[in-house]
Ligand binder design. Structure first.
Ligand SMILES: *Cc1c(COP(=O)(O)O)cnc(C)c1O
Length: 337
């Protein structure tokens, strides 16, 4: 495998022709916003007294954790399924997920009455699995990690004709997720810096194409150093899978970088920092102790990234999403060991 060439050689995870690699436009995001507003409550942008004090800055949390399903991803699922081609309503949708992407597609499938199958790794967060099932999805456990579950979902999609919903190479998903950024601009147009977690890169891509495009703000991605596949792809311009993936934050747990989001992040992201899992845990504890907000590991990356750059943020207006709240009891306990 050589260097990444957009269009000509998409990543190995994109095997269906409907996985388009053209980034959504600002008009796509605006259209997505009109759909998302009809189906989901708007999330508040709330000042964090703790982080404002720690960073000597004006810090606001985009409270995506209060969304239905407890994560921002539901925005993308709702928009993608609202635009689904009729030919896919039967047999429906399939996705691979460590939890929140699956809940998002399950929620949207219920909303638009389309059947949903989700493939999860064997050790998936049990709370996330229970939620997918409550939303009416069929959940299949398959493989040791996200990428193995993904390969199984791809296989089933080609056998059974499901619409395979990729977790990143989906312009509609990114447009839906980007609606959070449009709301940030409406509420705080003076934003200087926005930190986004990076797993598969849809969240950061959404902020790049909204806040990054329409304001002068810097967009900074944050990923766990224990799962740095997207960071490597962004830095080196390669779509080479990373050999290991060991983060406890399942929302960031992918080895394989994705072509569309790597493309967008390489073009628009201002900086990309890595934080250790111990920093994620200490950010989680800080949010719980000082803000009394329970977020999950993936979500803590934005907080940890900002805390690692304290000196550069003085006096600025800083926004970070609390991207999700679906922390397992097991991981919650591990914070205090
Ligand atoms: C998926 C997820 C992320 C990472 O988002 P990507 O779009 O995959 O980069 C961050 N936080 C939470 C809570 C998530 O579910």
């Amino acid at each position: 495998m050589g260097k990444y060439e957009p269009i000509k050689s998409p990543d190995a995870s994109t095997i269906f022709p409907y996985h388009e690699l053209t980034p959504p436009t600002i008009d796509d995001l605006r259209h997505a916003h009109s759909v998302v507003q009809e189906h989901l409550p708007r999330t508040p942008l709330v000042r964090s007294e703790w982080l404002s004090h720690e960073l000597d800055a004006e810090v606001y949390l985009k409270r995506e954790d209060v969304s239905p399903i407890g994560a921002f991803k539901v925005r993308g699922g709702v928009y993608l399924v609202s635009q689904l081609d009729d030919e896919f309503r039967e047999p429906g949708l399939i996705a691979a997920s460590t939890g929140n992407h699956g809940q998002s597609i399950a929620y949207a499938g219920r909303e638009f009455e389309v059947p949903v199958v989700i493939c999860v790794p064997d050790d998936a967060n049990p709370g996330k699995v229970a939620s997918m099932e409550r939303l009416g999805a069929e959940v299949l456990h398959q493989g040791d990690d996200f990428d193995e579950a993904r390969e199984h979902a791809e296989h089933l999609a080609s056998e059974e004709g499901y619409r395979y919903v990729h977790s990143a190479n989906e312009p509609h998903l990114i447009a839906g997720v980007g609606t959070a950024g449009l709301e940030v601009i409406e509420d705080r147009p003076e934003v200087d810096v926005l930190f986004s977690p990076v797993g598969g890169g849809s969240s950061a891509s959404g902020y790049c194409l909204s806040v990054g495009e329409l304001t002068d703000a810097e967009i900074i991605g944050v990923q766990s150093s224990a799962a740095p596949g997207m960071h490597q792809a962004w830095r080196d311009g390669t779509l080479e899978p990373y050999p290991t993936m060991e983060t406890f934050a399942e929302g960031l747990a992918t080895r394989v970088p994705f072509a569309l989001t790597v493309d967008i992040l390489r073009e628009y992201l201002d900086d990309f920092v890595l934080v250790d899992d111990t920093d994620l845990k200490s950010a989680l504890r800080g949010m719980l102790e000082h803000e009394h907000i329970l977020i999950e590991g993936a979500s803590a990356s934005a907080v940890a990234g900002a805390l690692a750059m304290t000196d550069e943020l003085t006096g600025k207006t800083v926004v970070m999403p609390t991207s999700g709240r679906n922390l397992s009891i097991e991981n919650l306990k591990s914070l205090f060991e």
